[in-house]
Design a protein around this ligand. Structure first.
Ligand SMILES: C[S@@+](CC[C@H](N)C(=O)[O-])C[C@H]1O[C@@H](n2cnc3c(N)ncnc32)[C@H](O)[C@@H]1O
Length: 277
């Protein structure tokens, strides 16, 4: 990392507690320039002074550095395969459990688009193939504003272009120009703050963060350098059931510490399955 950027990142950590030390420098630099333009600061030093004097700048800073572009059914083929193959297989394999409950974790859920898309598919499967299906979907992020937005579940048309008309009618209420996800899908989803990189969290984590049948961690690894991504993988693997699946973003791939544990079952779709032991 370039020395000036390194210093800036350290100072930001000191002022705000936000830890961008393991971010990819190019991504960080690009995003911070946007904040500098918006706040009319021409040097890193000016920006640090601005940040110290304006606590309200913290939120836009974290928003800008952690890009949150998403939409419903992003990479539709992944959701097709989920609906037709992965979810039915997982659900069937759990049928012999005493109290079968499907557990899915969305690590880096942004505005909730991905978790609600999956919740729709689960309700459809419950309706058509698995009556009485129980599911728990946990969606976490480090961006509290994104979590608030996700909890509200209100979206504009642009986020919904991949949503089938039948699903729009069934799972959304129209509110003026917006669409609000209905209670039926909201009630199986819980949102919470969780930092995948924070050092304090035990690995493998306990309690809430155990026994997941599926873990989505799409378009999150791209922020970080390889050592941090290795840690993230370790954490995710510690929370995954066997059998279980991890789903990454389109441009992401497995790191060496995960290659022995996971097998790519749907090439190009970044859907990986835990090896049976
Ligand atoms: C580009 S969005 C991806 C959203 C969704 N997973 C998708 O693929 O459509 C990445 C999200 O990861 C979150 N994120 C980045 N670093 C994180 C961390 N250390 N722990 C948890 N979430 C993180 C960001 O705040 C952002 O909401």
């Amino acid at each position: 990392m370039d020395d000036d950027i390194k210093k800036l990142v350290e100072e930001i950590y000191f002022i705000t507690g936000y830890d961008f030390r393991s971010y990819r420098p190019e991504t960080f630099q690009r995003r911070i320039s946007l904040r500098m333009m918006d706040t009319k600061c021409s040097t890193y030093q000016d920006y640090l002074i601005f940040l110290k004097n304006h606590p309200a700048e913290r939120e836009p800073l974290v928003n800008s550095v952690t890009i949150k572009v998403s939409h419903f059914f992003r990479n539709p083929l992944v959701f097709e395969v989920l609906y037709n193959e992965v979810l039915p297989k997982v659900i069937t394999s759990k049928m012999s459990d005493k109290t079968p409950q499907l557990r899915i974790w969305f690590a880096g859920c942004a505005g909730g688009e991905e978790v609600y898309s999956t919740a729709i598919l689960i309700r459809e499967l419950e309706n058509k193939r698995f009556p009485g299906l129980k599911a728990f979907l946990l969606a976490t992020d480090i961006d509290r504003q994104a979590l608030e937005f996700a909890r509200a579940g209100i979206y504009n048309k642009a986020a919904l272009t991949e949503v089938k008309k039948g699903y729009l009618d069934k799972y959304f209420q129209v509110e003026g120009k917006y669409y609000k996800v209905n209670k039926w899908i909201q009630e199986i989803v819980s949102f919470g703050y969780y930092d995948l990189v924070a050092a304090k969290v035990p690995s493998p984590p306990s309690g809430l963060f155990t026994n997941y049948d599926l873990i989505f961690c799409r378009n999150v690894l791209m922020y970080y350098n390889e050592p941090v991504n290795q840690q993230i993988f370790k954490r995710l693997l510690g929370c995954l059931n066997n059998p279980g699946y991890i789903i990454l973003g389109e441009a992401e791939s497995l790191l060496p510490n995960a290659i022995n544990r996971l097998q790519e079952v749907y090439p190009k779709l970044r859907i990986y399955k835990n090896h049976h032991t």
